[in-house]
Design a protein. Structure first.
Length: 69
């Protein structure tokens, strides 16, 4: 097996990252954000804290459309 190393400038990588994220949909970005949150919770063993905070944040709202005028 032949090992290969590619060198790139940091600013080129930053531009490539920015271009990638600008070309994704908002749904894809939110999905990736959720994946990262779940990885963080698992990695730092914060499941118990996360569960407690979800209990406090759970809300139900109703949107009522009112007649105009």
């Amino acid at each position: 097996m032949k090992k290969t190393v590619n060198k790139i400038k940091l600013e080129d990588e930053a531009n490539a990252n920015k271009k990638y994220w600008l070309n994704t949909t908002s749904e894809e970005r939110l999905s990736m954000l959720q994946v990262l949150r779940e990885q963080n919770i698992t990695l730092f063993n914060k499941q118990e804290i996360y569960n407690e905070s979800r209990k406090r944040l759970r809300r139900v709202y109703r949107v009522i459309k009112q007649a105009e005028g």
